[in-house]
Design a protein around this ligand. Structure first.
Ligand SMILES: [Zn+2]
Length: 378
């Protein structure tokens, strides 16, 4: 068992507790929380104390590309289409072991930032392998590409091969999903086929959507049309689909997203870095769309500082904390397990210096990160 006492405990679903504590059982779940005096201290429990710490639910990063961690600072292309092309060249030049090392480094960087759950998209499978080996939590969405409609069957066959290799690593702590990459890399038949496949296999879907102006008028999106409405019509975006970015959306798109039951991964720093603009966060939330925050890859934003995303999104205080934790979990459909400190939930926790809790810029490093009741980083 593990007992953590801190100057303040922030359950998110209840008001903060001064001089609080959390008790974690051997199954990695929260057994008790409250004021320090009220929480039992069983003999034999490991006791950690943070007299100047704020204990919060582990942060949820709703969009990462952990296999690209080694490419930080290596793509300075200012134009987005060129940037994408350059990423492809850099990935083609990356050996499999390098993807694995990058993913492992990425998982550790997440933990250092107090992030205990990631929604990661990639093509190498390395992020799921790294999460499994290190004991992390997340959803890994295997990417599928294929702009040529004639190669749809081959793309699906390749996806199935990748999933059958990766599925032994999946568990309730590490889920496997699929990601038809983006409107400019996936043909219309492939979108339909992946959607049907995901429904049949009960796999969650993530898509890059309405990220840049170039989304319109390329590949599958009818020229001048709405990429959001198009992927909803194709059956790709529905209940539980994680839509990444959603910057170039109009009022009708927002209403359609709200009705579809899809969620959004909001990546304000990445959108800004690529000059895509600003996603309409307030309007999406008003429409009832679950929205979580994501860093995107370190190639876009330079680091894994998720709290900087809350500031870039214009959030602060308990609202920022809620977006970083419970709302992120809700966007991933995991809010019954993580995202708040409640008895019976998974013990995914982070402790930050009290003075730094709502200051996202350095020092942003967590003093302690716990995943499923196990100390991941100290
Ligand atoms: Zn991305």
């Amino acid at each position: 068992m593990l007992r953590i006492r801190a100057r303040s405990v922030h359950p998110v679903t209840a008001p903060p507790i001064e001089d609080g504590a959390v008790l974690v059982d051997d199954a990695g779940k929260i057994a008790a929380l409250g004021s320090n005096r009220a929480v039992p201290a069983p003999r034999g429990a490991e006791q950690l104390e943070f007299p100047d710490g704020a204990l919060v639910p582990g942060l949820v990063n709703c969009h990462t590309h952990l296999e690209l961690t080694h490419l930080a600072g290596r793509n300075a292309e200012p134009s987005f289409p060129q940037w994408i092309r350059r990423i492809r060249e850099l990935k083609d030049a990356t050996p499999a072991e390098e993807f694995y090392r990058a993913a492992e480094q990425g998982v550790r960087a997440c933990w250092a930032a107090g992030v205990t759950c990631v929604a990661d998209t990639g093509s190498s499978g390395a992020p799921l392998e790294a999460l499994a080996r290190l004991g992390g939590r997340g959803i890994y969405y295997q990417e599928v590409f294929g702009p040529d409609p004639a190669k749809c069957t081959a793309s699906i066959a390749e996806l199935e091969r990748a999933l059958s290799r990766l599925s032994p690593l999946a568990s309730s702590q590490r889920r496997l999903g699929v990601s038809p990459h983006a409107p400019y890399t996936v043909s219309e038949p492939l979108y339909r086929a992946v959607a049907a496949f995901a429904r049949r296999e009960r796999l969650p879907i993530a898509v890059h959507l309405a990220e840049s102006r170039e989304d319109r008028g390329i590949a599958v999106v009818p020229r001048g049309g709405s990429s959001v409405r198009h992927v909803v019509e194709l059956g790709v975006v529905g209940r539980g689909t994680l839509c990444i970015h959603c910057v170039q959306v109009d009022e009708q798109d927002i209403a359609v997203l709200g009705d579809s039951g899809a969620a959004v991964a909001h990546c304000p720093r990445s959108n800004r870095a690529h000059g895509h603009g600003t996603a309409p966060l307030a309007a999406l939330r008003r429409a009832g769309v679950p929205v979580g925050l994501g860093t995107d890859s370190v190639v876009s934003v330079g680091d894994m500082n998720l709290r900087a995303e809350a500031v870039a999104a214009g959030l602060d205080g308990e609202d920022a904390l809620r977006m970083l934790t419970l709302e992120g979990a809700r966007a991933l459909g995991l809010d019954d397990q993580i995202g708040s400190l409640e008895v019976g939930k998974e013990a995914d926790l982070a402790v930050f210096a009290s003075t730094a809790l709502y200051r996202p810029l350095p020092p942003s490093t967590a003093l302690l990160t716990v995943v499923a009741g196990r100390v991941a980083q100290r």
